[in-house]
Design a protein around this ligand. Structure first.
Ligand code: NZQ
Ligand code: ZN
Length: 382
């Protein structure tokens, strides 16, 4: 097992009717900026619940944070927050609203152009306090300190972590997910599955508890996935999904294990260049990473095939089953898992490989996902 230190300061407030708890959780004297997305919260009653809980408070609103939050939009929020003397940020939405709000929180404590800490994340060291009301189980952003922000003029989508960027608390009411479009539920299942694999499907480090926890999350998603695609208005099913998504990326399954993240880094490029949803990109790329990195990941592929999919046969057959079953699972949810199905071709592969070369990126748990192997991975997924 690798050495590690672990701390997660986010208070998780979970369950029916828990949005009302905002009234007591928010600091009494805060000047609050409530951030949200394109308006889903106005249609599904979440806005009204939040506003009822914020009654009598000093609140300024900033709506319009788009999926894959954009630098330009967030810069407008920063100007508003400064004008209004905001002291606390409340994000109400999915991963995009929460990530955008983490960017705002970091920028408000940063001297200089905020894009600097996107390019060099070691510069993100302080943040205004923030909290969240989560409306979409997927990213884990509600209980981690990471964020991903896009900048259209550069066709870039970059991630950063801020040690002070954890939400102080996050409210998770499964009932607010009933209004999700089906595609967002599918995206969320694939995203949380991929988060778990990024921290599990590496090489064996004898972190036995982490392995079993990760396998538990994967098995839960395999069991719940088809039910949620069918309908997502059954409280316990949605509640279990919501908790799984949070647990998949809040640091709990990362203790003592190496981490991969190559799929995510490649996927971010597909979103930046073609606007594909984050979850969609992961469903395309992950089976390719498994296939091209088969030798490096062999023992874990076999273990995953046995324990999550009940595969039998020789080790080679099990490793192949791991790849095939993963692709088939994503497809069974309704995902298209090939680049050609999204009209993405060789030109994009060349662009991404060239960009990774210029950035000097060698990805994966051992840095063996070189730009050449990224090309192989993407060609395999045509
Ligand atoms: O904008 P509104 O109108 O709210 O609509 C949103 C949006 O159109 C809608 N939605 C959210 N909750 C809803 C709802 N519609 C109806 N009912 C509800 N309850 O769903 C659409 C997608 O929302 P978005 O926030 O973009 O989705 P998601 O939560 O999947 O977030 C994706 C973003 O998170 C980043 C991704 O790269 C992407 O930018 N990630 C963040 C991570 C992190 N911070 O740790 C890790 C992830 O790997 C990921 O990279
Ligand atoms: Zn993700």
């Amino acid at each position: 097992m690798n050495n590690f230190s672990f701390q997660n300061p986010t208070k998780l407030i979970f369950g029916k009717g828990s949005i009302a708890k905002l009234a007591t959780e928010l600091p009494a004297d805060a000047k609050i900026m409530m951030t949200y997305g394109g308006g889903s919260i106005r249609r599904n009653g979440v806005y009204d619940q939040v506003m009822a809980a914020l009654k009598g408070r000093s609140v300024v609103e900033f709506g319009g944070i788009e999926p894959n939050p954009q630098y330009e939009t967030l810069m407008r929020a920063i100007t508003l927050a400064r004008q209004e003397g905001v002291t606390f940020l409340l994000a109400v939405g999915g991963g995009s609203v929460i990530d955008g709000t983490k960017f705002i929180a970091t920028a408000l404590k940063y001297n200089g152009d905020p894009w600097e800490f996107m390019v060099d994340p070691s510069k993100a060291v302080d943040a205004m306090p923030l909290a969240t009301v989560l409306t979409l189980p997927a990213t884990g952003s509600e209980m981690n300190n990471g964020a991903v922000v896009s900048r259209k003029e550069f066709n870039e989508k970059l991630a950063f972590h801020n040690p002070k960027g954890f939400p102080q608390f996050s409210i998770l009411d499964p009932e607010v997910c009933y209004s999700l479009p089906k595609q967002q539920v599918i995206n969320g299942i694939v995203d949380s599955f991929a988060h778990t694999l990024e921290q599990y499907l590496t090489f064996n480090t004898q972190s036995m508890v982490m392995d079993r926890w990760a396998e538990g999350l994967l098995q839960t998603l395999v069991e719940l996935g088809p039910k949620l695609v069918e309908r997502h208005d059954q409280y316990d099913e949605v509640a279990n999904f919501m908790l799984t998504a949070t647990m998949a990326l809040n640091g709990f399954i990362a203790m003592g294990v190496p981490q991969d993240w190559a799929t995510h880094m490649i996927g971010h490029e597909l979103t930046a260049l073609h606007g594909l949803d984050h979850g969609v990109t992961l469903a395309i790329v992950f089976p390719g990473v498994m296939s091209v990195m088969r030798r490096e990941k062999f023992d874990k592929l076999v273990q995953y095939a046995e324990r999550v999919w009940g595969a039998t046969g020789t080790p080679e057959e099990k490793a192949q089953a791991a790849i095939d079953k993963t692709d088939a699972f994503f497809r069974s949810l309704g995902m298209k898992t090939r680049l050609s199905e999204h009209g993405v071709g060789q030109e994009t592969i060349d662009f991404i490989v060239d960009r990774f070369r210029k950035r000097g990126w060698n990805l994966g748990e051992t840095g063996k996902v070189t730009p050449e192997r990224v090309a192989e991975i993407l060609r395999e997924r045509m």
